[in-house]
Design a protein around this ligand. Structure first.
Ligand code: 5GP
Length: 112
């Protein structure tokens, strides 16, 4: 399978505004932000969708939320929205799991 655009970002083959990086994750600013702050938290290991997770991935996925909490605190946000889109009909366009973290404006519900 061709590598995802996020793997290309992780491998520094294409540029991105990197907010955070460690051995397991990279967090980047979304190229088309839907809020004043819009981060994508991406595990470096390529997993296509939430449907491809296995029980052993629990810690990896939990770590995405812990990182969201930490990055939002660093940016001074107490209120924010986290979103995983799973599958095309749900709005997923990059098939390498990522957690959207949006902040800096009031959020409507339902999300549409
Ligand atoms: P999805 O639609 O899969 O839930 O979210 C993919 C997100 O990745 C979109 O919000 C889109 O704007 C963002 N995105 C796609 N390509 C790039 C890119 O090359 N750089 C960055 N920073 N974001 C991207």
């Amino acid at each position: 399978m061709a590598e995802s655009i996020f793997t290309r970002i992780i491998n520094k083959q294409i540029p991105a505004r990197i907010a955070y990086e460690d051995g397991s994750y990279v967090a980047i600013h979304d190229i088309n932000p839907q809020a004043p702050t819009h981060l994508l938290i991406i595990p470096k290991r390529e997993i296509a969708t939430l449907n491809d997770l296995t029980p052993g991935d629990g810690e990896l996925v939990g770590g995405m939320f812990l990182l969201a909490k930490r990055l939002m605190a660093d940016l001074g946000h107490t209120d924010y929205r986290t979103v995983f889109n799973c599958g095309e009909a749900a709005g997923q366009s990059v098939f390498h799991i990522h957690l959207h973290v949006l902040a800096g404006r009031p959020m409507a519900w339902p999300p549409g």
